[in-house]
Design a protein around this ligand. Structure first.
Ligand SMILES: C[S@@+](CC[C@H](N)C(=O)[O-])C[C@H]1O[C@@H](n2cnc3c(N)ncnc32)[C@H](O)[C@@H]1O
Length: 234
């Protein structure tokens, strides 16, 4: 898979109406492409203004299919199709206890919060203090003050709120970190980009008692996971 071409930074000129139209067009496009299937994920993506989770010099590209740089080391907001690409096979739903490894901009966290609702729980971790602060502010301004945000190595998970119904890793790992599998409840699902023979595959794992089933969904391209379970010691 080829690398992404990141657009050049520029001062934002788009207004709210324009973003709203672009958001509606994007949701139609993601539905036509087959990424977006369920109403609950569509409604969550409709509700969360992606442009408010993007640094101002890249804000006008909010609905372009490209990951955009965030403050911090090797952090990006993933491209729009990534969210249904991860959340649809995960079957993320109302009431779930959800752990996200790779908070980034906070956009995926906000969408997850909309999906799981007040009866669920969203915990999100980022390893980078600068990125973490960016996301924390974005979520606070957007009114998502009921998510648990953790600064630390997400490869070791967050046992305090485990077991989780669903876990999503948004950075590429060399293998699915064992602590994350341990923190998944029985019947739970985890999705992660995994580096296998030089390519990244999006892997969906399901835990059934002691049995672990996994399947590859497609090839992807994500920033590497850092920390104890990082790719080649990143
Ligand atoms: C593709 S970005 C996340 C996109 C994010 N979900 C969003 O919606 O903006 C991947 C993130 O993983 C973070 N990351 C990398 N290694 C990590 C680790 N071991 N633990 C937690 N976060 C990590 C990076 O700092 C980066 O913010």
């Amino acid at each position: 898979m080829q690398g992404w071409t990141i657009p050049l930074p520029r001062s934002p000129v788009k207004l709210r109406d324009e973003f709203e139209k672009e958001r509606a067009d994007k949701l139609r496009e993601l539905t036509d492409w087959g990424y977006l299937v369920s109403d609950r994920i569509r409604q969550a993506m409709q509700k969360v203004p992606r442009e408010n989770f993007i640094p101002s010099l890249f804000r006008d590209y909010a609905y372009t299919e490209v990951p955009l740089p965030l403050p911090g080391k090797m952090a990006t907001i993933s491209c729009p199709h990534s969210y249904p690409l991860f959340y649809e096979p995960l079957g993320l739903d109302r009431g779930h206890r959800f752990l996200e490894v790779g908070l980034g901009s906070g956009y995926g966290t906000a969408i997850a919060r909309e999906i799981v609702g007040s009866e669920g729980l969203v915990v999100s971790i980022d390893i980078d203090p600068v990125t973490f602060e960016f996301a924390r502010e974005n979520l606070e301004v957007a009114g998502y003050d009921d998510t648990v945000l953790v600064l630390g190595d997400g490869g070791i998970g967050y046992p305090e709120f485990s077991p989780y119904d669903r876990i999503c890793v948004t950075a590429a790992c060399s293998g699915i970190p064992r602590p994350l599998i341990e923190q998944l409840c029985t019947g739970g699902r985890l999705i992660a980009p995994v580096v296998e023979q030089g390519t990244q595959n999006l892997v969906l794992l399901e835990k059934r008692g002691k049995q672990i089933r996994s399947k590859v969904i497609c090839e992807v391209l994500y920033v590497p996971l850092r920390g104890e379970y990082g790719v080649d010691g990143v």
